[in-house]
Design a protein around this ligand. Structure first.
Ligand SMILES: Nc1nc2c(ncn2[C@@H]2O[C@H](COP(=O)(O)OP(=O)(O)O)[C@@H](O)[C@H]2O)c(=O)[nH]1
Ligand SMILES: [Mg+2]
Length: 307
């Protein structure tokens, strides 16, 4: 599986600065004797500096301190940490599962500007198309002409129809039209792109609420999934983005992007502890194939620099 080796390597390279700092830190702290309280405190600090968050860092350090190490070497501690992190991540590592009885299964994709929404939609379209689903895209970021063009390019690339209107058009009407067209065409899965102007939170909230309201007129259960796309490079700022979008429209799952180039991937562990929201997939690059299911064990081991 050359392909899977490729992406794990990219994930590792992306997490490189985090795992290097964590790995080296652990190497410096654990030299084969039983860890004392100061060592555990230093481990906690190290985990905080690696973006795992204060609460999670404390919990993890506690767990390591409770391991009955005969001799706590760097490798046994890395291994113990990876196992604990994996335990935190297992419940949230859940793929997006379109309900085949819904035609279409409607996925609203939200997030701040530049987080990777449009790119993620392109990658998800590619993924589900390859699995035989009939996929449609809706260019609901009507704010910028470039955003509409960008989605159209992804539509061509993946062979999925794109429903779009003019820049400045009402995003909710566009969403409404897209659902109607998707129903007519017997589409399995509809992704609705949105604008992400967090600097104008009121307007954004009004727009998102209106989209949801309009979707519910066509299907009371819609949107069936509400994804928040997070850029891993923002680190701890991801917390406030989750809070904000949760408040605005309710989020059912996360996609974390740019893990190929982030030193702050540890934030996923902190988000898992705090919000328990599923992480459906991770982005490790800019092409259609650079979206991967979130795998708890792979991620946990890569984070502490283990193979
Ligand atoms: N390296 C890398 N770049 C990404 C990833 N996802 C998105 N991007 C890039 O991030 C930039 C913003 O993405 P875009 O999808 O336009 O964000 P949007 O404003 O949320 O729709 C683009 O240049 C994308 O190619 C990823 O997983 N890795
Ligand atoms: Mg976009």
């Amino acid at each position: 599986m050359a392909d899977s080796i490729g992406w794990i390597d990219r994930l590792k390279a992306g997490l490189g600065r985090t795992s290097l700092a964590l790995g080296r830190g652990i190497d410096g702290l654990f030299g084969g004797s039983k860890p004392d309280a100061q060592t555990i405190q230093n481990l906690e600090d190290l985990l905080i500096m690696s973006d795992l968050g204060v609460t999670t860092a404390h919990i993890l350090a506690e767990k390591v301190s409770r391991e009955r190490f005969e001799e706590a070497t760097a490798i046994t501690v890395r291994d113990a940490l990876a196992r604990e992190i994996e335990t935190i991540l297992v419940p949230i590592a859940r793929p997006l599962e379109p309900d085949p009885t819904r035609k279409p299964h409607i996925v609203l994709v939200t997030g701040v500007n530049g987080s990777g929404k449009t790119t993620t939609i392109g990658k998800l379209a590619h993924f589900y198309k390859a699995r035989g689903l009939n996929v449609m895209l809706a260019a609901g970021d009507t704010f910028r002409a470039a955003a509409i063009e960008q989605l159209k390019i992804w539509g061509e690339r993946t062979g999925c129809p794109v429903i779009a209107s003019q820049p400045g058009a009402d995003a909710a009407s566009l969403a409404y039209d897209a659902v109607a067209r998707a129903k007519e065409a017997g589409v399995d899965l509809l992704f609705i792109d949105t604008a992400g102007r967090l600097q104008n939170r009121k307007e954004l909230m009004a727009e998102l609420e209106k989209i949801v309201r309009v979707l519910k007129k066509l299907d009371a259960d819609a949107p069936h999934d509400c994804l928040l796309v997070l850029d891993a490079t923002v680190g701890q700022n991801a917390h406030s983005q989750v809070e904000t979008f949760k408040q605005m429209i309710g989020i059912t799952g996360l996609v974390v992007t740019k893990l190929d180039g982030s030193a702050k991937g540890g934030v996923i562990v902190a988000l898992a502890e705090k919000f328990s929201l599923p992480v459906h997939a991770i982005g490790v690059g800019e092409t259609a194939d650079d979206l991967r299911p979130f795998a708890a064990r792979d991620f946990a081991r890569a984070l502490v620099g283990l193979d």
